[in-house]
Design a protein around this ligand. Structure first.
Ligand code: NDP
Length: 310
C-alpha cells in the first residue's frame, strides 16, 4: 500500500516511515522543503513530494488508492504562545486538513479508486483540564486554546467521511521517544538531578512510547473496521509525580526538586497551564477493544528502554 504522510519529516512521521517501509509499504512524505530520498532497510520505498501545506497541488493525484496520514502543523511547543503563534498553530492545521479534503475530493471525482483511509492527528489536549475524571473516546471536549484547536483540527478532514472514505482520529498523549519530543527536553535537568514533579505532582500525565505510537497508527491504517477517535496513550497512565519518580529511578538520579507552577507560568505563559499543568486521565479503551497490544504498557518499561537508548 502507498501511504502519504503529510508532515512526515517530523518526530512521529520519521518513526512511522521506518515502521511502514519495514513492513513493505511505500511512503510518500509531503514536506515544504525538498530533501534527498532516505534509504530504507525494509521492502518499501520512501519519496518526497513538495507541497505548500494548504492545497492538493503537486500531490493530489497520488491519493488514489492510497492511505493518507495527516500529521502536519506548526509545533505546539516551539515557542511562547503569543497571538501570532496561536494563529499559526491553528491555521497550519486547518490548511493541511483542507488540502487533504481537496486531494480526496479529486480522487473521488475522477471515479478512480478512492483513498483507502485518512488518519487525522489530534491530541489529548482536546479534553482541556479534567482533574481525576477517566476520559474515554466518548468523553466530551474541554475548554481552552488546545481543546478548541483540537476540536477544529479534528473537523478539518471530516468531509472525507461524506465522500465514503474511512477516517480515523488519533488523539495522542505526550509521545516519549529517544532523540526528540518532550523527553529530549526533560532529560538534561533530570540527568543533573534537577528534575522533579511539576506543580503539585497530582495532575494525570497521559504518555505513549514512540514505538507504540507508530505501531498503533500502522495497526489502525490496516484495520478496516477502525473508524473515529482512538486514544493513543499507554494503558499505564500515571500522575506527573509518579512520572518524575520513574524517570529519576530510570536515570539513578534524585527527583526531590519540584518545579513550581508559578515558575512555569512565568517561563512559558499560557502554554504552562494548557500543556504541562493540565490533568488528563486518558485511557486507550478503543485500541484495547480492537486487540492492539502495547509493547510498553507501563512507564517503568518505557523509560528503562528510552533512557538506555537516549
Ligand atoms: P513535528 O513538529 O516534529 O512535525 C510536524 C511536521 O509538520 C514537520 O516535520 C513539518 O514538516 C510540518 N509542518 C510544520 N509546520 C507546518 C506548516 N505551517 N504547514 C505545513 N506543514 C507544517 O511534530 P510531531 O511529529 O511531534 O507530531 C506530529 C503531529 O502530532 C503534530 O501535529 C502534533 O501536534 C501532534 N501531536 C504530537 C505529540 C507529541 O508528543 N509529539 C502529542 C500529540 C499530538 P516540513 O517542515 O517538512 O514541511
Amino acid at each position: 500500500m502507498r501511504v502519504i504522510i503529510a508532515g512526515g519529516t517530523g518526530f512521529i512521521g520519521t518513526a512511522l516511515t521506518h515502521v511502514l517501509t519495514a513492513s513493505g509499504h511505500d511512503v510518500t512524505i509531503l514536506t515544504r522543503r525538498p530533501r534527498p530520498a532516505v534509504p530504507t532497510t525494509g521492502g518499501g520505498r520512501v519519496d518526497y513530494a513538495v507541497w505548500d501545506g494548504m492545497t492538493a497541488r503537486g500531490w493530489g493525484e497520488l491519493a488514489e488508492d492510497a492511505a493518507i496520514v495527516n500529521l502536519a502543523g506548526e509545533n505546539i511547543a516551539a515557542g511562547r504562545w503569543n497571538a501570532q503563534r496561536k494563529r499559526d498553530i491553528v491555521e497550519s492545521r486547518m490548511a493541511a486538513g483542507s488540502a487533504v479534503v481537496q486531494a480526496v475530493a479529486k480522487a473521488v471525482a475522477k471515479a478512480a479508486v478512492k483513498p483507502r483511509v485518512v488518519v487525522q492527528a489530534s491530541a489529548v489536549g482536546y479534553y482541556g483540564d479534567r482533574g481525576g475524571q477517566v476520559l474515554e473516546e466518548t468523553s466530551l471536549p474541554g475548554t481552552g486554546f488546545l481543546a478548541e484547536t483540537a476540536v477544529k483540527w479534528e473537523q478539518s478532514t471530516r468531509d472525507v467521511e461524506d465522500m465514503g472514505v474511512r477516517r480515523v482520529i488519533v488523539r495522542t498523549g505526550v509521545v516519549l521517544g529517544a532523540g526528540g519530543g518532550a523527553l529530549a527536553r526533560m532529560l538534561p535537568p533530570f540527568r543533573l538531578g534537577l528534575g522533579g514533579p511539576v506543580g503539585d505532582g497530582k495532575a494525570w500525565f497521559p504518555w505513549i512510547h514512540l514505538h507504540d505510537e507508530v505501531r498503533a497508527i500502522a495497526f489502525l491504517l490496516t484495520r478496516s473496521e477502525a473508524m473515529g477517535p482512538f486514544h493513543l496513550v499507554a494503558p499505564g497512565v500515571v500522575t506527573n509525580g509518579e512520572f518524575a519518580a520513574a524517570l529519576g529511578k530510570a536515570l539513578g538520579r534524585p527527583t526531590v526538586l519540584r518545579v513550581p507552577a508559578f515558575a512555569l507560568r512565568l517561563a512559558l505563559g499560557e502554554m504552562a497551564d494548557a500543556a504541562l499543568l493540565a490533568s488528563l486521565r486518558v485511557v486507550p479503551t478503543r485500541l484495547l477493544a480492537l486487540g492492539f497490544s502495547f509493547d510498553f504498557p507501563d512507564i517503568a518499561s518505557a523509560l528503562a528502554d528510552l533512557t538506555t537508548a537516549a
